[in-house]
Design a protein around this ligand. Structure first.
Ligand SMILES: Nc1ncnc2c1ncn2[C@@H]1O[C@H](COP(=O)(O)OP(=O)(O)OP(=O)(O)O)[C@@H](O)[C@H]1O
Ligand SMILES: [Mg+2]
Length: 229
C-alpha cells in the first residue's frame, strides 16, 4: 500500500467577516494526508473542521497559504476548480445531500453526467458502485425519502465515487446515523482507503473513529495539532 502524500497544505488561513468583526476559521494550518489512509480531524463545534474540508475541496477560498493536491497548488489562479473538484474530490456529508427528486441510481449517475460520460456507461458504473456499497437492487429506483439514513449514506458514498476521485472528504459522515449503521459506514470508508488506495479525510465529533484512523489531528479555534495514535 502506498503511503504517498496527496494533500499538502501549508500555512492556510481562512477568515470570515461577520457583524461582530472577523472569525479566523482556519488559523495557520499545515498538514499532509496520504493515499491509502484514513486521516481524521476531531474537535469541538465551531473549531473550523468543515471550513478546512471546504478549503481542500475548493468550495471555500482561503486568504493565504498553499494547498498542493497531487503536486499542484489548487490556489494557483490557473487551476480550473470545477475540473479539479470533479476529477479529484468526492464529498460525503452528515445529511447526505442527495437530490430529493432523483432516484438512488440517478443520484450516482449525476456527477458522471456532468463529466460528460455516456448514459449507458453512467448507468453501468452507478449500478456497480451501488452494488459495491451494499445498496439493495430494489432501492435503485427509490428516492432518498424512501430510504433509511444508512441507505442514504451508502448512496452518497457511491455518488462520491462516481468519477473515481483519489480523495474522499467526509464531513461528519456518521453524525446522523445510529452506532451500528455508523460503524458500517466507517468500515466502508476505511476499506476505500486500504483497498482502493483512496485518501479519506474525515471530520467528526466521534472520537471512537480514531481507532480506525491512520493519522489524526485535533482542531481547536482554527488550529490543528497532530494526535499521536
Ligand atoms: N460562511 C460563513 N460565514 C461566516 N462565518 C462562518 C462561515 N462558515 C463558518 N463560519 C465560522 O467559522 C468558524 C468555523 O466554522 P466551521 O463550520 O468550520 O466549524 P466546525 O468545526 O465544522 O463546527 P461543527 O462541528 O459545528 O460543524 C465558526 O466560528 C463559524 O461560525
Ligand atoms: Mg462542521
Amino acid at each position: 500500500m502506498s503511503e504517498q502524500v496527496i494533500i499538502n497544505a501549508t500555512d492556510v488561513n481562512k477568515t470570515f467577516q461577520v457583524k461582530a468583526g472577523e472569525v479566523n476559521a482556519i488559523n495557520s494550518v499545515s498538514f499532509t494526508a496520504n493515499r491509502g489512509e484514513v486521516t481524521t480531524i476531531v474537535g469541538p463545534s465551531g473549531s473550523g473542521k468543515t471550513t478546512l474540508l471546504y478549503v481542500v475541496g475548493s468550495l471555500e477560498k482561503p486568504e493565504s497559504g498553499s494547498i498542493e493536491v497531487a503536486g499542484r497548488d489548487i490556489l494557483d489562479s490557473g487551476t480550473n476548480l470545477v475540473r479539479y473538484r470533479r476529477e479529484n474530490i468526492g464529498f460525503v456529508f452528515q445529511f447526505f445531500n442527495l437530490v430529493p427528486t432523483l432516484t438512488a441510481l440517478e443520484n450516482v449517475m449525476l456527477p458522471m453526467d456532468l463529466a460528460g460520460i455516456r448514459p449507458d456507461e453512467q448507468r453501468r458504473r452507478a449500478t456497480e458502485l451501488l452494488d459495491r456499497m451494499g445498496v439493495k437492487d430494489r432501492l435503485l429506483k427509490a428516492k432518498p425519502t424512501k430510504m433509511s439514513g444508512g441507505e442514504n449514506q451508502r448512496v452518497a458514498i457511491a455518488r462520491a465515487l462516481a468519477n473515481d476521485p483519489d480523495i474522499i472528504l467526509a464531513d461528519e459522515p456518521t453524525g446522523n446515523l445510529d452506532t451500528a449503521t455508523g460503524s458500517t459506514v466507517i468500515d466502508i470508508l476505511s476499506s476505500l482507503a486500504r483497498e482502493n488506495d483512496k485518501c479519506v479525510l474525515m471530520v467528526t465529533h466521534d472520537e471512537s473513529i480514531l481507532a480506525v484512523s491512520d493519522r489524526a489531528f485535533h482542531m481547536v479555534d482554527g488550529q490543528l495539532s497532530e494526535i499521536i495514535l
